[in-house]
Write a protein that binds this ligand. Structure first.
Ligand code: SAM
Length: 239
């Protein structure tokens, strides 16, 4: 059984979109994963298949109706334990740990919002996880769903060229990755660091770890603080 992404959206033609290309596209064509897109409009009411209504309490915009979203979620409901995720800027920030958890399971059901978002009651009733891809506002959840799926699909068995590339990369050990260099050894007056051309693998591993620490400390004080507290905790447990 393939890893399955069930996507509830008003714009089904946006899928698989860019995920039909490159590694994800090959994996889709070879059945490693499956993209099951459901049109929310099919669950709408009346002649115009309305899916939204004005916000209670007034204000701008429209809100996606709970009964419409409930019907779509119920029709898509899976008994394989796949998590159901609503993409929203009001959600918990998406992390690589979430991605690893989703990729390790049978798949994921993704609810893509539009307008001002989805009526809160249906999210509570279906115990939907609310996830944000960053502190900015997109016009719809579809691009956020594509981001989440891209990150999951590359971790599925057989999708990445080298198993190692998933083990060493950013966030895998709580740090950002070290900088990369390739040929030529000198370019526009800038040289590749000597150590990387030394052939001394232990020294290269040490240098890369130091660089990972430096980049994380400089660019992501939040990750660096978490890394320091994890390191302290493990040395206390060991000691
Ligand atoms: N009124 C909402 C707010 O201020 O929180 C923004 C609604 S946005 C215009 C429409 C939809 O885009 C949302 O329901 C959500 O599905 C999606 N969306 C927008 N920004 C997102 C983000 N940073 N992460 C995940 N989904 C997002």
């Amino acid at each position: 059984m393939s890893w399955t992404a069930t996507i509830l959206t008003l714009f089904p033609d946006m899928f698989p979109g860019p995920l039909g290309q490159s590694l994800a596209g090959k994996a889709l064509n070879s059945g490693v994963w499956c993209c099951d897109t459901r049109d929310l409009r099919a669950f709408g009411f009346g002649r115009h298949h309305a899916v939204d209504d004005t916000p209670c309490g007034g204000g701008a915009g429209m809100v996606m109706r709970p009964d419409v979203v409930d019907a779509a979620l119920t029709a898509a409901s899976r008994n394989d334990g796949a998590p159901c995720v609503y993409l929203t800027p009001r959600g918990r920030p998406l992390t690589q740990a979430d991605i690893r958890r989703y990729a390790a399971g049978p798949g994921v059901t993704l609810l893509c919002g539009r307008y001002e978002g989805v009526d809160e009651r249906v999210l509570e009733a279906h115990a939907v996880e609310q996830i944000s891809i960053g502190d900015y506002v997109l016009s719809g959840g579809e691009t956020a769903a594509l981001v989440l799926l891209d990150a999951c699909v590359r971790l599925l068995p057989g999708v990445m060229g080298s198993a190692e590339s998933g083990v060493e990369e950013s966030f895998s050990n709580g740090l950002l990755e070290y900088p990369h260099y390739t040929r030529p050894a000198e370019w526009n007056g800038r040289a590749v660091p000597d150590i990387l051309l030394s052939g001394n693998h232990a020294a290269i591993a040490r240098w890369r770890h130091e660089q990972s620490e430096r980049v994380t400390r400089e660019r992501r004080p939040d990750l660096w603080a978490a890394h320091l507290s994890n390191t302290t905790r493990s040395s206390v447990q060991e000691g």
